[in-house]
Design a protein around this ligand. Structure first.
Ligand SMILES: [Zn+2]
Length: 352
């Protein structure tokens, strides 16, 4: 059906591969979906040292959009310093996906690792927002419940080589307790849609925590099981829930269709009453009032980032990107070098 609103900000998008064209392709999809602006989340920790460069390019190309930066793991880098640098460039916040189980296994750095202390401190002090993806849907640890596509994609964590979901939660809980002023958006509802009581308790104990409602579709099926109570949850925390999609540059027809369905499912769930169908499944809409929808679609995100995108500091961005190219410890790949050089060429041309 599509949303009734034409001013929605998509608080959670990605760009993978395809260099600068990927940025344009993602923007074209966002436009097709009717979003007025989007927030790109850099995933540098996924082993792509050109992700922050893509964020810089997005802000230079289409300054109405937002970008959250990511941290580097190829060498023992000072996260607090990296934050300062990215902030000076004009990044609007930070993104962490380090404790998605696959990345945790690879990087081995818990959310509450002391290496992050000064970084969190700085975020808290300057009230810089952080989007944190911690854990994954519960069925990923359960061979009987995990959907085939997720198993095939390598998202099965029940073989004893991955950290338990509860461990990931306990580590993040420790961060929230030690940095109570941290402006954190827990992505994908912190994967707690199966436990409304536990999530409510978390929201009560940590009043600065916000949630994004980016599908993992399991979330929307779980909402449907207790839709009246979830509606109350959304009403109660209407100032702390943020809309986003996980949209990205896609090229496969089936993947694009799935993204279309997901975007529609999320909006229909929020706006309509009665049964909402998606694929072979269904949920029940919670028909939120207009003013609440406007907060979730726009106002809450803008509140987190200070009302508008931060301007790109082109000079600082150029210095940062050049330093990346010559950083021997970072040792960018050929592919990353190409992307960073392309962004540099765009920025220097713009400056002339
Ligand atoms: Zn995401």
């Amino acid at each position: 059906m599509g949303s009734r609103f034409n001013n929605i900000i998509d608080g959670h998008v990605h760009i993978f591969g395809h260099g600068l064209e990927g940025v344009k392709d993602m923007l074209a999809y966002e436009k097709k979906q009717g979003y007025t602006a989007c927030n790109f989340l850099s995933c540098e920790c996924m082993g792509d040292a050109a992700q922050n460069a893509l964020g810089i390019y997005l802000k230079a190309l289409a300054p109405e959009n937002f970008a959250f930066g990511g941290l580097t793991y190829r060498y023992d880098c000072d996260f607090a310093r990296e934050l300062e640098e990215l902030r000076e460039i004009g990044f609007d916040g930070m993104k962490m996906v380090e404790n998605k189980p696959t990345l945790r296994k690879e990087l081995g750095v818990p959310s509450n690792d002391p290496r992050y202390d000064r970084f969190y401190e700085k975020l808290q002090e300057a009230q810089i927002p952080l989007v944190a993806h911690v854990a994954d849907p519960e069925e990923c640890w359960d061979r009987a419940l995990i959907p085939d596509w997720a198993y095939d994609a390598g998202y099965f964590y029940g073989d004893g080589t991955y950290v338990a979901k509860e461990t990931l939660y306990a580590e993040m809980e420790d961060v929230l307790c030690r940095f109570p002023g941290l402006k954190v958006i827990l992505a994908h509802l912190f994967f707690m849609s199966a436990d409304l009581e536990r999530l409510t308790d978390l929201m009560e104990r940590h009043p600065n925590v916000c949630l994004d409602i980016v599908s993992g579709t399991e979330m929307y099926w779980n909402f449907g099981k207790r839709s009246q109570e979830w509606r109350e949850f959304f009403m109660r925390y209407q100032d702390r829930i943020i809309y986003g999609t996980d949209n990205m540059n896609l090229y496969d027809a089936e993947e694009i269709q799935n993204a279309d369905i997901t975007n529609d499912l999320q909006q229909s769930f929020l706006e309509s009453s009665g049964t909402v169908f998606a694929w072979d499944k269904q949920t029940t809409g919670i028909a939120l009032p207009q003013d609440v929808l406007q907060k979730i679609y726009r106002g809450n995100f803008l509140g987190m980032v200070g009302g508008a995108p931060r301007p790109l500091n082109t000079k600082t961005a150029i210095r940062y990107l050049r330093a990346r190219l010559s950083n021997e410890k970072l040792a960018v790949t050929q592919e990353e070098r190409k992307v960073i050089e392309d962004v540099l060429a765009f920025l220097t041309e713009e400056q002339e």
